[in-house]
Design a protein around this ligand. Structure first.
Ligand SMILES: [Fe+2]
Ligand SMILES: [Fe+2]
Length: 358
């Protein structure tokens, strides 16, 4: 009894291999795209910058970074109970997100090889980075006696199809938000080493530079395709992607506030900082950014947070499916309404700054 409290039980597919957590609207997504359209893209408008980025990727600054040192070689049973559960979930989510990047970039590298060698090489080198990140996280999971079967994940997950333009909006944001997430944790633990309860966080500084470079690549490629950025449709879609990325993170992290507390962070403060920084970054390429400083922005997100709490409560009750469905309905409607109102908040136009140092 005491033991099961200390070591939360996870469902296993085989001994030591964790059943991947259920796919929901808030879990990391796997993508596929129109490879033909991607191959035909004309890069000439920003080719010099893309070539410079390729050189950076070739240099491979983090070639020797992802090596586990002796600090990992100890028992991690001291991280127990709920913290251990949240820790494993954090590692799994991060690993799945990194691995999803790996799969997409790897496939792009393979499919564009003959038709667009410049893009193909960049994607292949980015997939190298993501493979390292995912592998390092999966190895960390094994410190908690679990790991993910990434081959199984590749075959079993659903893939969302996005046209290249949407792939760029989504991956740009996920790379930049990834950068801010990692660096913010790193900087916090630098100041508070007593909160660094596991060595992986020490690796985040160089690690996040990979994500930053990946984000810069997507910035450069969008600038090579100005038609993806300079019309009213682009403004509407950029708003949509900004909101969905920010809302997803906020809903996920507030639900796991105890994880952030275990490393001395306040989940809400952390998310607000990451959102502010990512939003600011996005203003260098997107035509609009969100007005996240309005109190309304977080008030509405908070309503969604409490709706989701209610939804989880209903889910875990013993009521019949139909009753559960009926009880959940008003909360879904409320979430839809809040997200719509969030989407309708006037964004901040930044496209007039084109050509100036944004
Ligand atoms: Fe990564
Ligand atoms: Fe990345």
């Amino acid at each position: 009894m005491v033991d099961s409290l200390k070591k939360p039980q996870f469902e296993e597919m085989r001994p030591g291999i964790k059943v991947p957590s259920q796919e929901t609207i808030l879990t990391p997504r796997f993508y596929t795209t129109d490879f033909e359209e991607m191959a035909k893209m004309d890069l000439s408008a920003n080719e010099d910058e893309l070539r410079a980025i390729l050189e950076e990727f070739r240099t491979d600054y983090n070639r020797h970074h992802f090596v586990r040192d002796e600090e990992f070689n100890q028992s991690w049973d001291c991280i127990d109970g709920e913290t251990r559960k949240l820790f494993v979930e954090f590692l799994e989510r991060s690993c799945t997100a990194e691995f999803s990047g790996f799969l997409l970039y790897k496939e792009l590298g393979r499919r564009l090889k003959d038709k667009n060698p410049l893009l193909a090489e960049i994607f292949t080198l980015m997939s190298r980075d993501e493979a390292r990140h995912a592998g390092f996280l999966n190895k960390a999971m094994s410190d908690f006696d679990l790991s993910l079967d990434l081959g199984f994940l590749t075959k079993s997950r659903k893939y969302t199809f996005f046209k290249p333009k949407f792939i760029f909006y989504a991956t740009y944001l996920s790379e930049k938000i990834g950068y801010w997430r990692y660096i913010t944790i790193y900087r916090h633990l630098e100041k508070h080493p007593e909160d660094r309860i596991y060595p992986i966080f020490r690796f985040f500084e160089n690690w996040c530079q990979d994500e930053n470079r990946h984000g810069d690549f997507f910035d450069a490629i969008m600038k090579a395709q100005p038609q993806f950025l300079n019309d009213w449709k682009a403004r509407l879609w950029c708003r949509f992607f900004l909101l969905s990325v920010f809302a997803t993170m906020y809903l996920n992290d507030t639900q796991r506030a105890d994880f952030y507390a275990s490393i001395g962070l306040d989940a809400r403060e952390y998310d607000k900082y990451v959102i502010e920084k990512t939003n600011e970054n996005a203003g260098r390429v997107f035509p609009v950014i969100l007005d996240v400083n309005r109190p309304e922005f977080y008030n509405r997100l908070e309503t969604c947070v409490s709706n989701n709490e209610k939804l989880r409560e209903i889910d875990s009750s013993n009521a019949p499916q139909l009753i559960k469905g009926l009880r959940k309905l008003p909360y879904y409607v409320s979430n839809g309404w809040e997200l719509l109102k969030l989407y309708l908040i006037n964004p901040i136009r930044v496209d007039h700054l084109e050509g100036t140092a944004r």
